[in-house]
Design a protein around this ligand. Structure first.
Ligand SMILES: NC(=O)c1ccc[n+]([C@@H]2O[C@H](COP(=O)([O-])OP(=O)(O)OC[C@H]3O[C@@H](n4cnc5c(N)ncnc54)[C@H](OP(=O)(O)O)[C@@H]3O)[C@@H](O)[C@H]2O)c1
Length: 275
C-alpha cells in the first residue's frame, strides 16, 4: 500500500499506529502528522522519518487518507477547520475518537464524505489491541481494506455492519481491559489474604491471566470447554466456580456491560452536539 496518510494529532494512539505502519514497511515519506506541539513534531520526525507539521491545513494538503486522532472534546473545531479542504480533496476519513458518531463528524466536515469510524482499545498501544470498525455508505471496498490495514498494525480488527454495534464493541473491548484489571486486582487482594506476599500474589495472578488468555486464543475449543477441562469433579476449581455461580457472576457481567453500552449512547449524544 502506498497512499498518502495524514494523522491529525500526534499523541499516543497516532504514534502507536505510525510505529506499526513503519514496522510493516509503509513508506515514511507517505505519512504526515499534524501536531500543535513543535517538540512532539520533531520527535516523530526523528523517530520515524515522517513529515510533521504544526499546521493541520498544511498537513492535509495532499492526503488521500486522514486519520482523526485528537481527543473527542476538540474534534468539532478541528473538523470544522478542515471542512473546506476535505470537501475539495475528498479523502477517506478515519476517526479513532471514542464515542463520536460518524454522522456528527461527517456533518462537521461538510457531509457526504467517506468515513470509517473505529473503536480501538488501550492495548493497541502495545500492538495487542482489539478494534471495532464501521464504514459509512460512501466507503468503497478498497477504502475498507486500507482502513483495516492501518488499524490492524495495532492488533486485531472486527467490522460491524451497524454503527450502533460500536456501543457494544465499546462495552466489550473498549472498556474490557479495565474489567480484567479489576478481576486481577481482586485476585491479588485475595491471594494476599490467603497468605502470599504482594510480589508472589502479583506474579502468580498476572501470569495466570496471560496463560489463560493465550490458551483461549490458541485453542480451537470454546472457553466454556477449556473451563470444564480444568474443573475436576469434587476439586478446588469446582468449589470456586460454584461460589461465582451462586453469586450470579454472569448476571453481574451482563449488567455491567449493559451499563457501559448505555453510557456510550449517552456520551455520543453529548459529544455530537453542535457548539
Ligand atoms: N489511548 C487509548 O488507549 C485510546 C483508546 C481508544 C480510543 N482512543 C482515541 O484516540 C484518540 C487519541 O487518543 P490519545 O490517547 O492518542 O490522545 P493524546 O495522546 O492526547 O493525543 C491527542 C493529540 O492531539 C493533539 N492535538 C490537540 N489539539 C489538536 C489540534 N487542534 N490539532 C491537531 N492535534 C491536536 C494533542 O496535542 P497536545 O497534547 O499538545 O494538546 C495530542 O498530541 C482519542 O480520540 C481517543 O478517544 C484512544
Amino acid at each position: 500500500m502506498s497512499t498518502k496518510i495524514t494523522f491529525i494529532g500526534g499523541g499516543n494512539m497516532a504514534t502507536s499506529l505510525i510505529a506499526g505502519l513503519i514496522c510493516n514497511d509503509y513508506i515514511a515519506s507517505d505519512i504526515t502528522v499534524a501536531e500543535p506541539d513543535q517538540k512532539k513534531c520533531d520527535k516523530l520526525h526523528q523517530l520515524y522519518a515522517v513529515n510533521a507539521f504544526t499546521d493541520n491545513q498544511q498537513a492535509i494538503a495532499d492526503a488521500e487518507i486522514i486519520v482523526l486522532a485528537v481527543k473527542p472534546q476538540v474534534m468539532q473545531p478541528v473538523c470544522k477547520a478542515l471542512a473546506s479542504t476535505v470537501q475539495k480533496t475528498r479523502p477517506l476519513v478515519i476517526s479513532i475518537a471514542a464515542g463520536l458518531l460518524s454522522k456528527d463528524i461527517s456533518r462537521w466536515l461538510g457531509d457526504n464524505i467517506s468515513m470509517v469510524r473505529c473503536m480501538p482499545n488501550t492495548p493497541s498501544l502495545l500492538n495487542a489491541g482489539a478494534t471495532g470498525l464501521f464504514a459509512n455508505e460512501n466507503v468503497s471496498a478498497s477504502q475498507k481494506q486500507q482502513a483495516e490495514q492501518i488499524l490492524s498494525t495495532a492488533g486485531i480488527t472486527v467490522w460491524v455492519e451497524q454503527e450502533t454495534l460500536l456501543d457494544a464493541v465499546t462495552a466489550v473491548s473498549g472498556s474490557g481491559p479495565a474489567y480484567y484489571f479489576l478481576f486481577m486486582e481482586a485476585m491479588q487482594n485475595a491471594a494476599e489474604k490467603l497468605g502470599l506476599n504482594q510480589q508472589q500474589a502479583k506474579q502468580l495472578t498476572l501470569q495466570t491471566a496471560l496463560g489463560a488468555a493465550r490458551m483461549a486464543i490458541e485453542s480451537d475449543d470454546d472457553v466454556a470447554i477449556l473451563r470444564n477441562r480444568v474443573t475436576s469433579k469434587g476439586g478446588t476449581t469446582e468449589q470456586a466456580i460454584k461460589t461465582f455461580e451462586e453469586r450470579q457472576l454472569q448476571d453481574i457481567v451482563m449488567q455491567a456491560m449493559q451499563a457501559a453500552n448505555d453510557k456510550a449512547i449517552d456520551l455520543a449524544a453529548i459529544l455530537g452536539k453542535d457548539e
